[in-house]
Write a protein that binds this ligand. Structure first.
Ligand code: SAM
Length: 276
């Protein structure tokens, strides 16, 4: 059952509409996450910590990878998302999924517990992200891997042919993150933060940068996000109502325009390893 409104949620919220958006997003992005997880080698029997797991769409995929001898623990501050994951895990008869309700800004993780620590779209929301990376490095076993999927260059987003109202709207998205304590481009800093720990080395850094044609899943994914959060940008004074209306009108027109295309905000995939 989708969660309802929740107090102290992060700034995108955890209501039923946002739950559905995350579910849809997880399906659309699954091939990219699968490719990243495939590149990590066998996870069979391993202990995996998923930071900011949300309703656990990726946690369930990871639980299949570790099998019955392994364990996946999903951490999030949303009790409703964690409850959904627990129910799902019960229904699917997974005995290897655990959850912990924790705030990532203040979390203390135990030393050298996990073979893999993974996260997707999380550090962009966390103010104490430097501290969080240190905690993640500490909690990793020797020889373990840290795996990040985060935006690093949100300004790479574009709508073609050129669309001024879209450019204005894209700026409002970035301002929305900043004014709520997040940062869309946090991925830029992650490699240097990881390497500040002498025990760590970077194994790979790759970007996922896709072009979407009108009304394809990636096109609809951004449409869902922007139509859902546009009113919040207006109420927070980051966009004028008439700019929001122009953007939505233009986006719909571009959706019908032969030759139109959209480039997604590029996502960074980082894999780093702790020395044995
Ligand atoms: C965009 S969602 C991504 C969820 C999941 N990783 C996925 O790929 O579907 C971000 C998640 O981070 C969690 N989050 C944000 N800030 C947090 C914090 N300070 N402590 C714990 N969880 C946090 C939210 O509750 C939400 O579930």
């Amino acid at each position: 059952m989708p969660p309802d409104k929740e107090k102290n949620a992060y700034f995108l919220g955890t209501d039923a509409i946002e739950f559905e958006r995350l579910k849809n997003q997880a399906q659309i992005w699954k091939p990219f996450s699968d490719k990243l997880y495939d590149s990590l080698g066998s996870m069979e029997g391993k202990r995996v910590l998923e930071i900011g797991c949300g309703p656990g769409f990726s946690t369930v995929d990871l639980a299949k990878r570790v099998g019955s001898e392994g364990e996946v623990c999903g951490i999030d501050k949303s009790q409703m998302y964690l409850q959904f994951l627990e129910n799902e895990s019960h229904q699917l008869r997974f005995s290897n999924i655990k959850t912990q309700k924790r705030d990532l800004n203040t979390i203390e993780l135990e030393k050298e517990q996990w073979d893999f620590i993974v996260s997707r779209w999380v550090h962009i929301f966390v103010q104490e992200y430097k501290r969080l990376v240190s905690q993640e490095v500490k909690a990793l076993k020797k020889g373990g891997k840290l795996v990040f999927q985060e935006y690093f260059h949100f300004g790479g987003i574009s709508l073609s042919p050129e669309c001024k109202s879209f450019e204005r709207f894209a700026k409002a998205v970035m301002d929305f993150y900043l004014s709520n304590g997040g940062y869309t481009d946090r991925g830029k800093e992650l490699p240097t933060l990881i390497l500040a720990h002498p025990s760590m080395k970077i194994l790979s850094i790759e970007s996922v940068y896709q072009t979407a044609l009108p009304n394809t899943p990636l096109w609809k994914w951004f449409e869902q996000f922007s139509f859902q959060f546009g009113p919040a940008f207006v109420s927070q004074g980051l966009l004028k109502e008439k700019e929001r209306v122009s953007f939505e009108r233009d986006w719909k027109n571009w959706s019908e325009m032969p030759g139109a295309f959209f480039t997604i905000p590029p996502l960074l995939h980082i894999v780093a390893e702790k020395a044995v």
